[in-house]
Design a protein around this ligand. Structure first.
Ligand code: FES
Length: 111
């Protein structure tokens, strides 16, 4: 069993669909989780341009699109693919153990 204060349970790996960004709340953080080619990634869920919830946008392959002004980010590392923002998203370590997907809330990294 993983320590719940550091790790947030997302879902079973087989229950997470490709191209369907999912919003996760952890304390005061909003995180978006997405599955690309069978691997799950987690980044900050609020756009770095203005306030928009990225889980309401589209995930097309590794490109996560903001629903408000359509900035795009690489969900694999949080980098900006296309503006209007140039600020990347912080990323979170994703751990898969026994088909269960967890986010490590410690050590969120900005790229
Ligand atoms: S709020 Fe996301 S691009 Fe403007």
């Amino acid at each position: 069993m993983m320590e719940s204060s550091q790790y947030i349970f997302v879902d079973e790996l087989s229950s997470i669909e490709e191209d369907e960004p999912r919003e996760i709340y952890a304390g005061n953080k909003t995180i978006v989780v997405g599955k690309v080619d069978g691997k799950v990634y987690a980044v900050d869920g609020i756009c770095t341009h203005a306030y928009a919830e990225l889980a309401n946008g589209d995930l097309d392959g590794h490109c996560l699109y903001c629903p408000l002004h359509f900035a795009s980010f690489d969900i694999r590392d949080g980098t900006v693919i296309e503006g209007p923002t140039d600020q990347p998203l912080s990323t979170y370590e994703v751990i898969v153990k026994d088909d269960q997907v967890w986010i490590n809330m410690k050590g969120a990294s900005s790229c």
